[in-house]
Ligand binder design. Structure first.
Ligand code: SAM
Length: 243
């Protein structure tokens, strides 16, 4: 059944098929400078992941030009610093980052260029539109770091960590693979802890408080984590193993 346009808030005309509720805020920030426009118009197309036709699947070696050891996906990479860090430290892994915010895309392209990364591809849009194109058990790590917390009760339905997203993550992750969630929002932390360990596919790997209070050594704190710390909030990282 399609929803009225004002219900989804996604600007659909009445009668159009129902789309997912937006889980992100803005798609555009500051006006792009000429060199930033060049990155978006000149560099991004060569690194872009096109959304396959309905029912289509990615051919990862063709997409990257090499056969990677594993595929990792970061949903909502913001400025791309964590994506670039992981790509630089894992050159045999194919990393795909999805982010609708164009200024974040510019920042990620700058990191990729500065570090000369050949193992990153980008999707400018809602990551959830991309997920059906990945095969079952095709992703080894899935990062969702500081997703928009949508603090108002009436907006909780926009949080990306929802049962359908977890079901899809469970389908995509290899057994023993990892779903990594970070947040600095207490209410979202509780929300995640209520939902993810209750999902039959996921097991929380924390044994001591440091396992979630501290970022693991292979990760770097993102811009939002640093901002939270500066403002007195505590960033936490939850790691779940795909059973
Ligand atoms: C609070 S920011 C955090 C950015 C970054 N992960 C960090 O930790 O600095 C959340 C980001 O997730 C993006 N986002 C939200 N929903 C998304 C979705 N469905 N697909 C891709 N990105 C999404 C937003 O555009 C935003 O840049």
């Amino acid at each position: 059944m399609s929803a009225p346009a004002d219900e989804t808030g996604n600007g659909e005309a009445p009668g159009e098929p129902r789309r997912l509720l937006h889980s992100y805020g803005r798609r555009r920030g500051r006006k792009l400078k000429p060199n930033q426009k060049t990155l978006i118009e000149g560099t991004l197309p060569g690194l872009s992941v096109a959304r396959p036709a309905p029912g289509g699947r990615f051919d990862v070696p063709t997409l990257f030009g090499f056969a990677p050891r594993a595929v990792w996906l970061e949903v909502g990479f913001g400025g791309g610093e964590h994506l670039a860090h992981q790509a630089a430290n894992n050159p045999d892994v194919a990393l795909i980052g999805a982010e609708p915010f164009v200024n974040g895309m510019v920042s990620a392209l700058q990191h990729i260029g500065r570090l000369g990364l050949a193992n990153v591809r980008l999707y400018q849009g809602d990551a959830r539109d991309l997920l059906p194109a990945f095969g079952d058990a095709s992703i080894e790590k899935l990062f969702v770091l500081h997703p928009d917390p949508w603090p108002k009760l009436r907006h909780h339905k926009r949080r990306i960590v929802q049962k359908p997203f977890l079901d899809e993550a469970a389908r995509l992750l290899v057994p023993g693979g990892e779903l990594r969630l970070a947040t600095d929002d207490e209410s979202y932390l509780l929300w995640m802890l209520e939902r993810v360990p209750a999902h039959p596919a996921f097991e929380w790997t924390a044994r001591t408080a440091d396992d979630w209070r501290l970022y693991p050594p292979d990760a770097i704190e993102t811009r939002y984590a640093a901002k939270a710390r500066a403002e007195g909030r505590k960033p936490t990282m939850l790691r779940f193993r795909r059973r």
